[in-house]
Design a protein around this ligand. Structure first.
Ligand SMILES: Nc1nc2c(ncn2[C@@H]2O[C@H](COP(=O)(O)OP(=O)(O)O)[C@@H](O)[C@H]2O)c(=O)[nH]1
Ligand SMILES: [Mg+2]
Length: 706
């Protein structure tokens, strides 16, 4: 296994909307570099990157994969990613370990919504980015339109390095305005001939060349001086300028290719090797808020960005070396748990394959087997090295579903399987909700959840199904009532006696004090399930002994956990206990607890109870043409529109929508917009449920209890 120095390594994330050609481009690059001898294709289901059965079935990427190739002495690691927001988890980790991002655009469609979303993510990570316009051989190819859209969305920093000689069926040559030459390809692609730029395109090439040089010069004072002095920048000055412009995200160079016909990938690999920043140049966030640069020497440290389990092998931890050199047999410490581990065999990943290696240098990507606690986000380093890298941030879920076993008896197996899947896919959240009595999966889209179901049935052989997830409703009251309960029981020996009077009222922020009561003690309780209980002790003259106060509070809390109206949690009430009586022998804690519970229940039901439902703030991003449909659908979902915004032909809608109306929303949105829209959501607050739904929920609870 050849070992590369850090300066000779490039980690490139391939990003872009599904179907743009990322996997095909990766396949073409590996082939063109001589790393593989057969070029696979999506249609023949034999690419290096899409090796999972489900990916072959769907003919598209579902999981991220790591490939590598050698381009004239530089090692290029390609982090191929799935292009739909459903599988965003593997995009997050690729963004985290890449040194630059290559955005693949489909010249038949221009900049698509997925691409735009990933661009924003790369921007948040401050990741140097460049672009390639693919599918220039496509019938509907429109290079100029694609470039225009890219400039509109990503700014003037997008600069053309290449344009096609012709597009569509006749695509066979690319004009390069950096090298000022034309590449003409044989009909089956591969190595091009270098030709002078034809006269007919000279003026255009000159114009774009000057634009490119000026953009580079404008972003670098030294280069600007040189440019003024000589009226030109040489190839090396251009490389430096482009690299610095990329690092500062001022410049986004744009290239051309047809991945399918194997035309153009060589030049892109050359650019990656010569010009894109190496791993040492990336500012990596640390847990303590500082940043870090990869170091070639020093104590070894590594960051795990993905964890996968494979039959017959066990857990595989994908890692990037952050300093020094990592070797099998080394003792390292997990910086989160302080566990000490000894590294076993190490490998270099190539799609589904792994090649064993005896060292991995700083900046490179490797795989460790059976690395204890080697979960995604973990830092391992020599015990003397205190470094700890910031964990990867995954997007918030947009969809949820209930999950249940079709027959009982496999609960443990299910829980182990979910635990494993959650470890491998941190974008999935598994919630065992005691409140709802359901297992709820939170994911990034219907396709994402379906892949989880597929794993559970196929890989873990579990007989499971999705069910409608219950809604975590809340109960509250809308007016004040007084309640009284006397608990009295005489059964043989010792009796039970307790009597309480309480005032129950809706609580809200800034509620005035009760002047009519003699408040002796206030307990302001932040409820686990949101909202508050304010408990006031207003007993005078010792009619109820202070020692019964906790039992009374407990009685109220018990009923709040199992609301009087529908069994849902209660929130936002103020209860003032102001009178009562006790018996010197028969009064005890249990009696007061019961009395308080009964009084609370009775008062609550007379205080005009109201059911509340969770509301989410959502943001939908969609092409303007679907605006009408999406808006009217939102209003049928009881949505309250907060605002609209537009960026070119892309629209954004912000709205507050009840969770109940969002449970099938991703699917509906997809079908309404031909898959071109995305949305994000965030919990907003609880709000009152309309009376008809309240009535139905109460009836359902009563029916379930009967
Ligand atoms: N005509 C044409 N088709 C392409 C090209 N690149 C990829 N494709 C096809 O487009 C589809 C999607 O490609 P794929 O590599 O899976 O896209 P990804 O989702 O970005 O990984 C496949 O059917 C490819 O064969 C290209 O340059 N030209
Ligand atoms: Mg793909």
């Amino acid at each position: 296994m050849k070992i590369y120095s850090t300066g000779k390594i490039r980690n490139i994330a391939l990003l872009g909307h599904s179907g743009a050609g990322k996997t095909t481009l990766a396949e073409t690059m590996i082939f063109e570099s001589g790393t593989t001898h057969k070029r696979g294709s999506i249609n023949s289901k034999n690419t290096v990157s899409d090796f999972h059965t489900i990916e072959k079935e769907k003919e598209k990427s579902v999981y991220g994969s790591v490939l590598n190739l050698d381009w004239r002495g530089t090692k290029i690691n390609l982090l191929d990613t799935p292009g739909t927001p459903d599988f965003w988890g593997d995009v997050s980790d690729a963004l985290h370990v890449a040194d630059s991002a290559l955005f693949v655009l489909n010249s038949e469609h221009g900049v698509e919504i997925g691409t735009e979303a990933f661009w924003k993510a790369a921007e948040r990570q401050n990741l140097p980015s460049f672009l390639v316009v693919n599918k220039l051989d496509g019938e509907q190819s429109n290079f100029d339109n694609t470039v225009e859209m890219a400039k509109e969305r990503f700014g003037r920093g997008v600069v053309v390095v290449q344009f096609p000689y012709s597009e569509g069926e006749d695509f066979h040559a690319i004009v390069d305005v950096l090298k000022m030459t034309m590449y003409e390809f044989p009909s089956d692609g591969g190595r091009p001939d270098k030709l002078p730029i034809p006269d007919s395109l000279k003026a255009k090439a000159e114009l774009l060349h000057n634009e490119l040089v000026e953009t580079v010069a404008e972003n670098d004072e030294t280069l600007l001086d040189l440019y003024f002095e000589h009226g030109e920048l040489d190839e090396y000055q251009m490389r430096d300028g482009l690299r610095n412009g990329m690092i500062n995200r001022d410049i986004f160079p744009l290239f051309c290719c047809s991945a399918e016909r194997n035309m153009g990938s060589g030049r892109i690999m050359g650019f990656i090797a010569n010009t894109t920043p190496d791993p040492k140049e990336r500012q990596i966030p640390l847990s303590d808020g500082n940043t870090y640069n990869i170091k070639e020497d020093g104590d070894p440290s590594l960051f795990v960005f993905r964890s996968v389990s494979e039959a017959h092998v066990g857990d595989l931890a994908y890692f990037k070396v952050m300093s020094g050199e990592v070797q099998p047999g080394m003792d390292l410490e997990n910086k989160q748990t302080s566990d000490s581990v000894r590294l076993g065999s190490l490998f270099i990943p190539q799609g589904s394959k792994r090649i064993e290696t005896n060292r991995v240098s700083a900046g490179d990507i490797g795989v460790a087997v059976k690395l204890k606690s080697g979960v995604s986000g973990a830092t391992f380093a020599a015990s003397s090295n205190g470094v700890q890298f910031e964990p990867i941030e995954y997007p918030a879920p947009t969809i949820r579903t209930g999950l249940q076993l079709k027959k009982e008896g496999e609960e443990d197996k299910l829980s182990t399987a979910l635990h494993q899947i959650e470890k491998e896919d941190p974008s999935l959240q598994v919630e065992h909700s005691q409140e709802l009595g359901q297992t709820i999966l939170h994911g990034l889209g219907e396709e994402h959840l379906n892949i989880i179901l597929h794993q559970l049935t196929d890989r873990f052989k579990l007989d499971v199904e999705f069910i409608t997830p219950r809604i975590p409703y809340r109960e509250t009251i809308t007016k004040r009532t007084e309640a009284h309960y006397k608990h009295k029981k005489q059964s043989g020996g010792a009796g039970q006696f307790a009597e309480v009077y309480m005032s129950i009222e809706p609580w809200y922020e800034g509620i005035p004090q009760r002047d009519d009561l003699n408040v002796r003690n206030v307990d302001e309780i932040d409820l686990e399930w949101g909202g508050k209980l304010v408990f006031q002790w207003c007993i005078v003259g010792g009619v109820i002994d202070n020692r019964f106060m906790p039992a009374i509070l407990k009685g109220i809390m018990d009923k709040m956990q199992n609301g009087p109206m529908s069994g849902c949690r209660v929130r936002d009430v103020r209860v003032s206990v102001y009178d009562g009586s006790m018996h010197s022998v028969d009064s005890n804690e249990a009696a007061f607890k019961t009395a308080a519970l009964m009084a609370f229940r009775d008062g609550f039901m007379r205080a005009s109870p109201q059911l509340l439902e969770p509301l989410y703030e959502i943001e939908v991003t969609l092409p303007a043409v679907y605006m009408g449909d999406v808006m009217s659908d939102l209003s049928s979902r009881r949505g309250q529109i907060l605002g609209m915004d537009s960026e070119g032909s892309i629209q954004k809608i912000k709205a507050i929508v009840p969770l109940q109306e969002l449970d099938r929303y991703t699917t509906r949105l997809k079908s309404m917009t031909q898959g071109s829209a995305t949305y994000t959501r965030e919990f907003h607050d609880y709000g009152p449920v309309p009376q008809d739904i309240q009535k139905r929920v109460i009836e359902e609870t009563l029916a379930a209890e009967a």
